[in-house]
Design a protein around this ligand. Structure first.
Ligand code: ADP
Length: 641
């Protein structure tokens, strides 16, 4: 076994590899960019080497610098993770030329699977079913080829990946335009505008088989279903595939092993199939799509059902050991799901989000693979994945219930996330019945991406929590005034709630839409006398209520809110109880919107009260040095016109 390896990656997968290496007594070297100087993978590794600027091309894609780092630190092998250099045959050759071991397949195996047309031709030869279609070199008469294949068809860039350069065409009329746009996209993204045309599979399901080879022999570790996709990107994966029959599993497994053995595959790989599920799963309705010659993001679901650590296998086989076990030693235990937790704004069209993680907690009973910690920056430089949550159970139904539970126990503040979307999927009835296909999310995206609004009880809990002094378990402090205002921002709205403390640990909260009694006893919240499972966390970005979903509230400066309806009407009120420190205007003074009118000291801070509109001061009720209640009128402007 190696004594020391370098991990040419970042984020959760670097951490994942380091975990197993450490368990095997293998020392680790991390590499990092400027953006990752304080990252979790750097902290976890035994040593770390800086490799350049934050843009991937300046760091994680610089094979020469990474190889130099490995040599300098005395690492014997390089683990590429996924993405970045993991499927780059020139990098593999350079690693080997430097006398190091690449933990993965040979450069030749990667090349064989690199282009979709060549891979399909090779697979056909090896007796692996491929999607009917045209994948020849000649690119001139493609419309006629499409006609032969029969509509609907899918045009795919041969060098494609990540769904780029792919177009579905339903009839001859749309072919020319779709071809031109697929070629254009392929030329830009891959520098290669060659395409293939294949039958668009009806009711498609994406089912892939995990394989593992030692360079000669290969075994398969069963299938994963990755049909829950959005724009060809996987969202939730599971193993095994719902509805899979033993015959079809055997047929797919054998086809995948043939594919791997045909290219002398070494290490962990995945053979992706598209399955025509229009009549259920049938052993003659699956077709090779492509092979990913690396460890995949979703490998943990396979680990969960087989009990095998795939990274351990990778290190063992790369260091020269034979395959750790034979096909007949492998079996499936139960069912597993993985959900990809992203920093993204789902209602805004899944816009990638950034932010500083202000609070982060994962449930104890799920596996959470993450490269992110409290206080870390989610930057625009890299993939915005925060974590993968993996659950396992004896049956699909139990595993799915555990997924829902794990998602509702996941707490992230500081960035918006897709948690509510994942949870809506976990609770989707059709998904619950195992009725999945790659179009499910797109068909129902509107209902799935609605963000849950906090109810009045939830807002009342947040406001009550904000009225407590310091340590939450202490209950409501004695010094707190009898009534105070709490200003909560949520989405685009702002609400001012009145909180009256009604004895230790009890408050009555009056919001715009309702009044609730909120109590906190021994760390547990109750609303209107009923205990609730809410947890409240105050953090640098505001206050969050974790109650099934994550509800985040900002705490806007109440003074900004004072310049709200009341101030616009010419009435400046104390947004909270406090001490008037200074008054800057007299009756008759002409003021302009935004002018400073007074200073209020409250909650150990000074707040500047400003005019909400232009006008003339009609009344000054505030006196410097006076204590005022929340809502007290301080200054009134003359009525307009
Ligand atoms: P990429 O390499 O760009 O990710 P793939 O060939 O892996 O492209 O296909 C990505 C996704 O597109 C698949 O997971 C599946 O959802 C869909 N897809 C691919 N080929 C077909 C097909 N022939 N019919 C229907 N859907 C397909």
């Amino acid at each position: 076994m190696f004594k020391k390896i370098l991990i040419a990656n970042r984020g959760e997968i670097a951490c994942r590899v380091i975990d197993t290496a450490r368990a095997m007594g293998v020392r680790t070297v991390a590499v990092y960019s400027d953006a990752d100087a304080g990252a979790r993978h750097v902290e976890m590794a035994d040593e770390a080497v800086w490799i350049g600027g934050p843009a991937p091309k300046d760091s994680y894609l610089r094979g020469d610098v990474i190889i130099a780092a490995a040599l300098e630190k005395g690492a014997e092998a390089v683990h590429p993770g996924y993405g970045f250099l993991s499927e780059n045959p020139e990098f593999v050759e350079a690693v080997e030329a430097a006398g190091l071991v690449f933990i993965g397949p040979s450069a030749a195996a990667i090349r064989a699977m690199g282009l979709k047309d060549a891979a399909k031709a090779l697979m056909e030869e090896a007796g692996v079913p491929v999607v009917p279609g045209y994948h020849g070199a000649a690119q001139d008469d493609l419309a006629a080829r499409a006609e032969e294949v029969g509509y609907p068809v899918l045009i795919k860039a041969v060098a494609g990946g990540g769904g780029k350069g792919m177009r579905r065409v339903d009839s001859a009329a749309g072919f020319a335009e779709a071809l031109a746009s697929a070629r254009g996209e392929a030329a830009t993204a891959f520098g290669n505008d060659a395409v293939l045309v294949e039958k668009y599979v009806a009711t498609p399901r994406h089912i892939e088989v995990q394989v593992f080879g030692d360079g000669e022999r290969a075994v398969h570790l069963f299938e994963r279903d990755c049909s829950l996709q959005r724009r060809h990107q996987k969202v939730i994966e599971e193993a095994p595939a719902p509805g899979m029959t033993p015959e079809m599993r055997a047929a797919m497994g054998q086809a995948a092993v043939r594919a791997a053995e045909a290219i002398g595959y070494k290490g962990a790989g995945t053979v992706e199939f598209i399955v025509d599920a229009s009549e259920g799963l049938r052993a003659d309705r699956f077709y090779f799509m492509e092979m990913n010659t690396r460890l995949q993001v979703e490998h943990p679901v396979t680990e969960a059902i087989t009990g095998i650590d795939l990274v351990e296998w990778q290190l063992r086989v790369a260091s020269g050991e034979a395959l750790p076990c034979a096909q007949e030693d492998l079996s499936i235990d139960g069912h597993a799901f993985e959900a990809r937790l992203y920093a993204e704004d789902v209602p805004k069209g899944f816009l990638p989000a950034t932010g500083t993680v202000a609070h982060l907690a994962f449930p104890d009973d799920a596996r959470a693979d993450t490269g992110v910690r409290l206080g870390d920056e989610i930057s625009h430089w890299y993939d915005p994945m925060i974590a993968k949550l993996i659950v396992h159970g004896p049956t699909r139904a139990i595993a799915l219930a555990r997924l829902d539970q794990a998602l509702s126990g996941t707490q992230v503040a500081g960035s918006v996330t897709n948690l509510a979307f994942l949870r809506a999927l976990a609770r989707h009835e059709g998904f619950g019945r195992g009725e999945v296909d790659t179009g499910l999310i797109d068909r129902e995206v509107e209902a799935l991406s609605r963000s849950p609004a906090p109810c009045t009880r939830c807002r009342a809990v947040a406001a009550a929590a904000m009225s407590m002094d310091g340590a939450e378990a202490e209950g409501f402090s004695l010094w707190a005034p009898l009534e105070r205002s709490v200003t909560l921002g949520h989405g685009d709205g702002v609400e001012v709630l009145k909180v009256s403390v009604d004895g230790p640990g009890t408050a009555v909260v009056r919001g715009e839409d309702g009044t609730h009694e909120v109590t906190l006893r021994r760390g547990g919240w109750a609303v209107d006398g009923t205990p609730v499972s809410a947890e409240v966390v105050r953090h640098s970005a505001g206050v969050s209520v974790f109650w099934g979903n994550n509800y985040h509230f900002t705490l806007p400066d109440p003074l900004d809110v004072a310049v709200g309806p009341g101030a616009l009407a010419g009435r400046i009120e104390a947004p909270m109880p406090g001490l008037v420190k200074a008054v800057f205007v007299e009756v008759g003074a002409e003021v302009h919107a935004g002018d400073r009118l007074a200073i209020l000291e409250a909650m150990k801070m000074e707040h500047v009260l400003t005019a909400g509109r232009d006008g003339v001061v009609a009344e000054v009720l505030a006196v410097a040095g006076a204590q005022v209640d929340a809502g007290a009128t301080l200054i009134v402007l003359e009525d307009e016109g």
